[in-house]
Design a protein around this ligand. Structure first.
Ligand code: NDP
Length: 284
């Protein structure tokens, strides 16, 4: 029988553990969250992250700037946070407005406070498998989830579909560092099915509703669905679906993540773990 990889349940256990540890501290971990502009999805994500941080007993600083903030002003904000000893972790909610060079902003964050793990120093250390301060939250969350369900990745054929710096690439590197044999597919890959049919584990992170179909995976494969796609049913309502055809994969997979309540909450758990790890790093 196919098992659901219950990201909600596993994340709750991680939150509980962090909360208990934080309750014993006199000085709390502090997360600074920067939001530029009024993208509704970004506002929702920032609210979820901050609400959770506060629930766990963290201090959370909420820094909101208008769409027209200059790149230089944003860099100054980050420099001040880098120099502020009370701040342990800095998160810049992406995407940034087109007028701002995202790579430059990420590079401005001190690698020791780079809670998203996107700084080139952390990406580089992940790439050469030499202890980055933290790894990207979604990648960490996926590994935690596999680990919780005792799904060993060593020696397994893994196909990661999607190669973004935020999800696909760090997931692929992390799995390779755990001795999986990893193939990365993307929009220019010819015949993705040829690759996925050989995979013990498929991670799908492309933002294409129900892309991964039943005939693309082998029996008993493990399916990790990262996608969050909003499907407008009509003007008044919408539903969320992932990048995989969950209903039809359910009888074929050995394990599968639902959307929602799969990778999403594990990403937040990864963020909270990263914040706490950076706090510990800065406070021995
Ligand atoms: P990006 O748009 O940055 O990257 C998408 C990747 O998918 C690219 O590498 C692209 O290829 C590839 N791709 C797009 N279409 C296809 C296709 N038809 N076939 C094969 N590859 C394709 O997206 P993100 O990585 O940021 O996010 C991916 C999805 O994950 C989104 O739905 C996003 O909302 C979701 N997400 C979910 C999170 C969670 O916590 N659950 C966290 C972050 C993201 P190429 O490089 O060639 O362009």
């Amino acid at each position: 029988m196919t098992k659901i990889l219950d990201g909600k349940k596993v994340s709750e256990q991680i939150f509980e553990k962090i909360k208990k540890e934080v309750a014993k501290l006199s000085k709390k971990p502090k997360l600074a969250v920067i939001l530029v502009g009024d993208n509704p999805a970004s506002q929702i994500y920032v609210n979820i992250k901050q609400k959770r941080a506060i629930e766990l007993g963290f201090d959370s600083v909420d820094l909101k700037y208008p769409e027209n903030i200059t790149e230089q002003d944003l860099l100054t904000v980050i420099e001040n946070l880098n120099n502020d000893k009370s701040v342990n972790a800095i998160l810049v909610q992406l995407p940034l407005p087109k007028t701002i060079n995202t790579a430059k902003v990420i590079e401005a964050i001190a690698p020791q406070k780079d809670v998203d793990g996107f700084h080139p120093e952390n990406i580089g250390k992940l790439t050469v498998n030499q202890n980055p301060y933290v790894v990207a939250c979604t990648a960490r969350g996926i590994l935690e989830l596999l680990n919780y369900y005792n799904i060993n990745v060593e020696g397994k054929n893994v196909v990661v579909i999607g190669r973004s710096n935020i999800v696909g690439t760090p997931v692929a590197r992390l799995l390779q560092n755990k001795n999986a044999t990893v193939t990365v597919c993307h929009s220019k890959t010819v015949n993705i099915k040829e690759h996925t049919l050989n995979a013990d584990i498929v991670v799908c992170a492309i933002g294409q509703p129900k892309f991964l179909k039943e005939d693309m995976v082998k029996e008993r494969a493990v399916i990790i669905d990262v996608g969050i796609n909003r499907i407008d049913d009509n003007k008044a309502s919408y539903t969320i679906c992932g990048d995989t055809d969950f209903e039809n994969l359910l009888s074929k997979a050995s394990y599968i993540t639902p959307v929602p309540k799969g990778v999403g909450p594990m990403t937040i758990a990864g963020l909270m773990q990263n914040t706490f790890d950076l706090y510990k790093l800065q406070n021995n």
